[in-house]
Design a binder for this molecule. Structure first.
Ligand code: C2E
Ligand code: CA
Ligand code: CA
Length: 591
């Protein structure tokens, strides 16, 4: 039903828009006096009309590409070369008016009126033909329940079933080209949009993406929505890989343009897997689609927003990742991933200043695994976001419990995956989880790898870091000294603390150069009023030197190993309460 009503809607919209456009052109050439301004308005309207036309044609194309011969006949009568021509003619006159206005040459009104009348009338005649066809198609379509099963209601695109119907026709040799390129397209951020902004926003993202694909003007193209955030695009004809890469990149760019949800800019992003093949080899098209899907998989692992071609070695690599992925997924479901907490204390007093939350996997057969064993695998298996989200929620819930127990925990810090720094929803998702757990943002700190600063200092990242600070969340630079970040980057946003990497701390008491470098880092940070924590302190000697160099805070096995949440109250009791409240002895207490 959606597709037929889409067709009818689009025809109505185009009729209205073209009428309004003609009026606009007339008033722009008589009333106003700023040509370039008018030109901008006219051009914008014209663009909207072109978009409408593209959508209308696509809605028609899907009927033409369907399997109902009766509907195809009706549509092909309405969609003729003449239809196309009359729209192009309308578009041409729009463009020419636009150009004249741009150079402040107002068209002669009577001439313009006549011209617009002729062209608009011609277009309207065409549109009326389409309208009749759309109504007819709609009636038949409404009656034909089986047709409904091939349309994706949300986007009006053909669905998976329609795609396979289409392929069958191709396999039967009904088409003029024997070569095909298959693009498997997947939205990168649908999940996070759904999670953070709700399903209405997710729907909007899907419609935005499908409109972007549909308006991508290419003959012999067929687009279908085949799953939640998956689309398949077929291009029939001969293409070399450069041309295909170009097309894929254009698609990614078009899908990644921002759209507005409730006044907020939002973007969906996309990755593309590509496979090409020839029907002459007798291969079924769905094997190309499966290969394109594998290529998509690696495109996503390669950092998203990319396109990748299929190659046979991909298959074995992917099988390994998939095995791990399934184990991890199971583990996540069963709550096998938990945060461990490592204390951070003032170097001199030993007073607690916070805990770092570190991921651990309680593996059913391998015991407690550190991130070394699963982090990069999680990333490959696209589970890192889920893992981080799970650990964040679990960390906040734990923190809430501690606060409720009256424990003095100044803050907890989370490790942020660098890619998340580019996420528009980063701050909202942290704040949401914090408020859900009843944790104040001032109790949260995020650790960003120093190296993130050099590779990726994008506007979005800087914005995110600023917004974190604005929300009261602290920001720390992790592994400081190893990332070679330019100090000048620190001008762009507020950093609350740097964490000097263990490589500068280990045996610092034995090597004076290490002490000098560390001392310089501490001096620099302090001059910018940034706190300093030294990581990986193992021995009293190291601690002593760091204290002497003026380092504010320390963390390491020398203070405590990362521990499960359940051990934290006892640890605090053993190390903190005695220091804070030294037991008083009355001098002459009666024994
Ligand atoms: P990191 O952020 O630099 O964390 C500090 C690492 O040093 C931790 O390793 C910690 O156990 C270890 N460490 C602490 N004190 C000492 C010490 O005195 N000596 C030595 N040799 N090591 C010490 P871990 O827990 O294995 O984590 C490794 C890395 O994995 C972390 O490095 C962090 O980058 C990443 N990571 C840990 N948890 C998470 C998480 O939940 N999400 C993300 N995205 N990354 C995480
Ligand atoms: Ca860290
Ligand atoms: Ca670190």
């Amino acid at each position: 039903m959606a597709r037929f009503s889409v067709l009818l809607d689009e025809v109505h919209n185009l009729r209205l828009a073209s009428h309004n456009f003609a009026m606009l052109c007339l008033s722009a050439s008589t009333l106003s006096d700023s040509g370039p301004n008018d030109a901008r308005v006219v051009r914008q309207r014209l663009r909207e009309i072109s978009g409408l036309w593209a959508r209308l044609r696509n809605a028609g194309d899907h009927i033409l590409h369907g399997s109902d011969n009766h509907l195809i006949q009706i549509m092909s009568k309405a969609f003729t070369r003449q239809t196309e021509d009359s729209f192009r003619c309308f578009e041409d006159i729009g463009i020419s008016i636009c150009t004249q206005l741009l150079f402040d040459q107002r068209p002669e009104t009577t001439e313009l009126r006549e011209l617009l009348r002729v062209v608009t009338e011609d277009l309207h005649q065409t549109i009326d033909g389409l309208l009749a066809a759309a109504r007819h198609v709609g009636q038949i379509g409404d009656q034909s329940a089986s047709r409904l099963a091939s349309v994706d209601e949300l986007t009006g695109l053909p669905n998976r079933r329609a795609l396979y119907d289409h392929i069958q026709r191709y396999d039967a040799g009904h088409w003029p080209h024997s070569n095909v390129a298959v693009m498997q397209i997947d939205l990168d951020r649908l999940k996070i949009i759904n999670d953070t902004m709700g399903h209405a926003a997710g729907d909007k993202a899907l419609r935005h993406a499908s409109a972007a694909m549909v308006s991508f003007d290419h003959p012999n193209m067929f687009v279908a929505r085949t799953g939640g955030d998956e689309f398949v695009l077929l291009l029939f004809g001969d293409f070399d890989s450069d041309a295909l890469k170009d097309i894929a990149d254009q698609l990614i760019a078009a899908i990644s343009t921002p759209f507005i949800v409730e006044g907020k800019e939002c973007y969906a992003g996309a990755s593309v897997g590509i496979e090409t093949g020839s029907f002459a080899d007798g291969l079924p098209l769905d094997s190309f689609i499966r290969n394109a899907d594998l290529a998509l998989y690696t495109a996503k692992n390669g950092g998203r927003g990319k396109s990748r071609f299929f190659s046979p070695t991909l298959r074995t690599q992917i099988e390994k990742v998939e095995e791990l992925q399934s184990h991890m997924r199971e583990g996540l479901q069963k709550g096998e991933f938990r945060p461990y907490f490592q204390p951070q204390v003032e170097g001199r007093s030993g007073k607690i200043v916070g805990f770092e939350s570190l991921a651990r996997w309680h593996h059913p057969s391998r015991g407690v695994l550190t991130p070394f064993h699963f982090l990069s695998a999680a990333e490959d298996a696209r589970l890192l976001d889920q893992l981080d989200q799970h650990l964040m929620v679990s960390t906040f819930t734990t923190l809430r419990t501690w606060i409720d127990q009256g424990l003095d925990v100044p803050q907890v810090s989370l490790n942020l995956t660098t890619s998340r720094l580019l996420d528009v929803d980063l701050v909202d998702s942290i704040l949401f989880a914090a408020s859900d757990a009843g944790v104040d943002p001032s109790k949260i700190s995020v650790e960003i790898l120093e190296s993130a600063m050099i590779d990726n200092t994008s506007k979005r990242m800087i914005e995110n870091i600023k917004n974190l600070s604005a929300a009261g969340i602290k920001v720390e630079l992790d592994d400081f000294g190893t990332g070679h970040a330019s100090i000048s980057n620190l001008r762009h946003f507020r950093v609350d603390r740097i964490k000097i990497d263990r490589s500068f701390v280990k045996d610092v008491h034995l090597y004076s150069e290490l002490a000098r470098i560390t001392s310089a880092m501490i001096g620099l940070a302090h001059s910018l009023r940034i706190d300093v924590l030294a990581e990986g302190i193992e021995t009293p000697e190291e601690r002593l030197v760091l204290n002497a160099l003026g380092c504010d805070h320390i963390q390491g096995f020398g203070v405590a190993h990362p521990m499960p949440a359940s051990d934290v109250p006892d640890w605090l009791q053993a190390t903190q309460t005695t220091k804070k409240l030294p037991p008083r002895r009355r001098k002459n207490s009666a024994a």
